[in-house]
Design a protein around this ligand. Structure first.
Ligand SMILES: *Cc1c(COP(=O)(O)O)cnc(C)c1O
Length: 392
């Protein structure tokens, strides 16, 4: 018999009833160190006092009004994003997928508005993950995601990961944009080299294309910059944000330059919930924390510490791991054994890590962890690695 919850996830038999900082607790009081942070969402850990205060204050005042009216919190959050990025304008959503959906529509509208309606195609990279909507799965192009779901939305062309020649060869008079994750998350923490990001920018400029960067997983401070593309020195025309921006409250955004957003006038796009007062109160509090003095520098410091610890686990367990990759606090252990063996051994050692494609386990811990908590996580990962090795 089908479960009341649609069985689209192979869930671990674990259920948490409360959280505090990087810790999660089951109903019997067992504590786990959460190095996945809800897939990079709980960027400030669980039960952060500032976020609770923002939620409670707004919760007593006003939850929702719809986008028929001005929403001061939405305006404040949009202004914060505009002040701290390349963007001139922001559309708020409830999820990453919806941010991607807005980006795809914006790209198409841009060219339709510019009297080039034939330009509808978006070039994406193999291994990409851009969400689960019809456009999102078409953008990824992966068989696992599109099989059985009928006609795939047209207008997406996939090229091999970071293959700049293939990008050049894929450009036609129908091409509108290139969409890229600076660091593929679901794809296995694969870093698009900064030099190649700069080439993508050049190619877009030479061919009059828009560059869309998906920072849903890599953004909001995760790599030690507010957005990971900043490491490459370029800026996109459109960027998608979600996951970390709400700290656990469902929130996302599609942000763009004024030029890219031409055509997105009243009536062209919308959302009932997107950017509601409650979500934006939390989003503002998250942004304020991440932009506070020294926060991003601390992410880089923690990253160095974690990376060094992971390298040493790899060095002492060559039968289990082959390497470490990623940037900032978006890191992965490349596994020699099936990655789920490591995830399960992590459960036994009471540390949560997240599997991803290319046989890696991901570490996306809260960005505000203490060094001793990271050491605790490393010790547990070591224990997990020992257990996996003992069974080989
Ligand atoms: C998670 C993710 C998405 C989809 O976001 P949802 O909130 O699950 O809809 C899109 N792109 C990237 C890079 C992601 O990591």
């Amino acid at each position: 018999m089908i479960s009341p919850v649609l069985p689209t996830y192979a869930r671990a038999p674990l259920s948490f009833v409360k959280g505090q900082g990087p810790w999660l607790e089951t109903s019997d009081g067992t504590r786990y160190l959460d190095m996945g942070a809800g897939i990079g969402v709980c960027s400030l850990g669980h039960a952060h006092p500032t976020l609770i205060a923002a939620l409670e204050t707004q919760g007593r005042r006003l939850w929702h009004t719809s986008n028929l009216y001005e929403i001061p919190n939405q305006k404040a959050l949009a202004e914060k994003i505009v002040a701290n990025t390349f963007a001139d304008t922001v559309f708020m959503t409830n999820s990453g997928t919806e941010a991607i959906e807005c980006a795809v529509k914006m790209v198409r509208k841009h060219f339709s508005h510019a009297d080039q309606p034939e330009r509808v195609e978006i070039i994406t990279f193999q291994g990409a993950f851009h969400g689960r909507s019809s456009a999102g799965i078409a953008a990824s192009g992966s068989a696992k995601m599109v099989d059985g779901f009928g006609p795939v939305l047209s207008g997406f062309v996939q090229v091999p990961f970071a293959d700049i020649d293939a990008v050049r060869a894929a450009i036609t008079n129908k091409t509108a944009a290139i969409m890229v994750e600076h660091i593929q998350g679901e794809g296995g923490i694969r870093v698009f080299p900064c030099a190649d990001m700069r080439l993508l920018r050049e190619i877009c400029d030479e061919n009059g294309l828009l560059l869309v960067i998906d920072e849903i997983q890599s953004g909001m401070g995760r790599t030690g910059k507010l957005f990971s593309h900043e490491w490459s020195g370029i800026t996109p025309d459109i960027m998608t944000i979600a996951k970390g921006i709400g700290g656990g409250f469902p929130l996302g955004a599609c942000v763009a330059t004024e030029r890219a957003a031409l055509g997105m006038v009243a009536g062209t796009h919308g959302s009932t919930y997107g950017g509601n007062p409650l979500a934006c109160a939390v989003g503002c509090a998250v942004m304020t924390e991440i932009l506070s003095d020294g926060f991003l520098e601390n992410v880089s410091r923690l990253s160095g510490h974690l990376r060094q610890g992971l390298e040493s686990i790899v060095a002492t367990h060559p039968k289990v791991f082959t390497g470490v990759r990623g940037e900032g606090l978006m890191l992965a252990l490349q596994c020699k054994v099936p990655n789920m063996d490591v995830v399960h051994a992590g459960y036994d050692a009471k540390v949560l890590v997240v599997p991803a494609a290319d046989n890696v386990v991901r570490l996306l811990p809260p960005l505000n962890m203490e060094t001793f908590e990271l050491d605790d996580a490393l010790w547990r990962l070591e224990e997990a690695a020992n257990a996996v090795e003992a069974k080989l």
